[in-house]
Design a protein around this ligand. Structure first.
Ligand SMILES: Cc1cc2nc3c(=O)[nH]c(=O)nc-3n(C[C@H](O)[C@H](O)[C@H](O)COP(=O)(O)OP(=O)(O)OC[C@H]3O[C@@H](n4cnc5c(N)ncnc54)[C@H](O)[C@@H]3O)c2cc1C
Length: 470
């Protein structure tokens, strides 16, 4: 049972405040209400204190204090997690938003970023050198949570997941010690953080391999939702046989309004968001089969890479209600396609959607046990998103997500991408790591035996018995 900040001895909090350069925010402070908010407005938690860290020393002080006082401890990177894992009730939030920087080494294409940096900040700093770090979409998402869970994006088929481009990390452990983890140093820890989430410590800095990506050819094509099953069948074949430079996630969605033309507004569609990161002279030829499928709307063309990364920022500002459900899929067969079409026709609110992200290509070229990310053989990471600004619609969008997921789950691989999950219990976490779970539990036992870092998709430290027999 964790202690509450409000029950700490008088002077304890002042003692911590004297050790940190950043801010210690308490419920009585004017900045508290804003500081406790996360991206998903469905999450309404009231931590006992928020430490806005400026540097590694602040993180060490906060970790040692939380551990000594027995506080429930949440770590906040970008605050985007659907399940709200960047905040907790009563305990301490270690907020990394003051540790945001990006340094690009032009000679080696290595990029060093602070643990609280957002994707948009990385794209901004790398694009000027014609480089990109493979990561996800929506520029306000934090690299911390995204990278530690895997990191799927437009460059995954060409360059792999974000973790496949992680070279090194600096980590504050549960005992306050700082370690560098890479292939040579603390290799077990380096293995575990490439998919195992925030379970093993607080990453204060990441070093990534970037790649030459300047302009891409991308955008959106739409077909009537009644064609979902047909378009998915064609897409499944097309994307899996296209060069790895071509990415495109398929979705069921509603066109919410401008900038789309008025006749499309508030209608449901099967859509594909494309991103081709190859030689642009080949783009038109590559897209000719897409055009041959006669989309009712097409808006594709050359654009700077950061532009496609930010394309949906305006649609999804912070402060909306979100409910997520997810699974991996190794096929997109007729029954699953029918489920998508059926639920696509019943999208409950204009911003609610389903996405299937292709993870073939470079993602699958890496062995299943080379990192904790166990579903490398899968073809798609799927996510069903119930989204709306109005809290009164929360029950409606949650019910749609759950029933859609239940109808689809029988056609899935059984586990999900941890970054697309809500808090769904230990068995779901175990099934999402599959055969890599036991090794993660052993490493958790070594680096965080008391499970200080448990506000996450939690991996329980292996027990003595499991450690001996394992
Ligand atoms: C709009 C939107 C778009 C998204 N798009 C994508 C996408 O394209 N691809 C994709 O793969 N995912 C995507 N995601 C999912 C995203 O990867 C997860 O939500 C992820 O958890 C976000 O990380 P964060 O740092 O912003 O979150 P937070 O809520 O701050 O943290 C999430 C978890 O990570 C831990 N954590 C964060 N930073 C650190 C750190 N530095 N050290 C240790 N632990 C840390 C936290 O403790 C918590 O458990 C998206 C999410 C949203 C809301």
């Amino acid at each position: 049972m964790a202690n509450k900040v409000e029950d700490l001895a008088a002077g304890a909090v002042d003692g911590l405040a004297s050790q940190v350069r950043g801010n210690v925010i308490l419920p009585r402070h004017g900045t508290y209400e804003q500081a406790r908010k996360v991206y998903n407005a469905m999450i309404d938690r009231r931590p006992g204190m928020i430490i806005k860290c400026c540097d590694v020393a602040d993180v060490i002080a906060a970790v040692k204090f939380a551990s000594r006082q027995g506080l429930l401890t949440a770590v906040r990177g970008g605050g985007h997690n659907g399940a709200g894992l960047g905040v907790c009730d009563d305990g301490m939030v270690i907020d990394l938003s003051g540790i945001r920087y990006v340094h690009v080494d032009q000679a080696t294409h290595m990029v060093r970023v602070g643990g609280g940096t957002t994707l948009g900040e990385i794209d901004h700093a790398t694009h000027v050198f014609g480089l990109a770090v493979p990561a996800g979409i929506i520029s306000t998402t934090g690299i911390g949570g995204l990278a530690l869970g895997g990191g799927i994006g437009y460059l995954s088929r060409k360059y792999g997941l974000t973790i496949d481009n992680l070279i090194e990390a600096e980590i504050v452990l549960a005992d306050g010690n700082v370690m560098v983890a890479n292939e040579e140093r603390n290799a077990d820890l380096f293995w575990a953080i490439r998919g195992g989430g925030g379970n093993f410590g607080i990453v204060t800095s990441f070093k990534f391999q970037a790649h030459p990506v300047r302009e891409v050819f991308g955008g959106v094509t739409l077909w009537p939702v009644e064609m979902t099953a047909e378009i998915m069948e064609w897409y499944d074949d097309f994307i899996q046989t296209s060069p790895n430079e071509l990415n495109g996630f398929i979705a069921v969605l509603t066109v919410p309004g401008p900038p789309f033309p008025a006749p499309l507004h508030n209608k449901q569609f099967c859509g594909i968001v494309w991103c081709y990161a190859g030689d642009l002279v080949n783009a038109d030829e590559l897209f000719s089969p897409v055009r041959a499928k006669c989309p009712v709307f097409e808006h594709v063309g050359p654009m700077p890479y950061p532009a496609i990364q930010r394309m949906f920022d305006g649609l999804f500002p912070p402060g909306l209600q979100w409910y997520w459900r997810a699974d991996f899929f190794d096929s997109l067969g007729p029954q699953a396609r029918q489920v998508h079409e059926e639920f696509g026709k019943r999208i409950p609110t204009p911003l609610s959607q389903m996405h299937l992200y292709p993870i073939s290509g470079a993602v699958g070229n890496i062995a299943k046990d080379a990192t904790p990310w166990a579903y490398r053989h899968a073809k798609y990471a799927g996510v069903i998103l119930g989204v709306d600004p109005d809290p009164a619609n929360a029950a409606k969008l949650t019910a749609w997500c759950k029933s859609y997921w239940e109808a689809l789950h029988p056609y899935s691989c059984g586990g999900a991408y941890v970054n697309f999950m809500m808090s769904e219990g230990p068995e779901r976490v175990r099934s999402s790591y599959g055969s890599n779970y036991d090794r993660l539990a052993q490493i958790k036992r070594k680096y965080d035996p008391t499970n200080l870092f448990r506000v996450n998709q939690n991996i329980l430290p292996a027990t003595e018995t499991a450690a001996v027999s394992g």
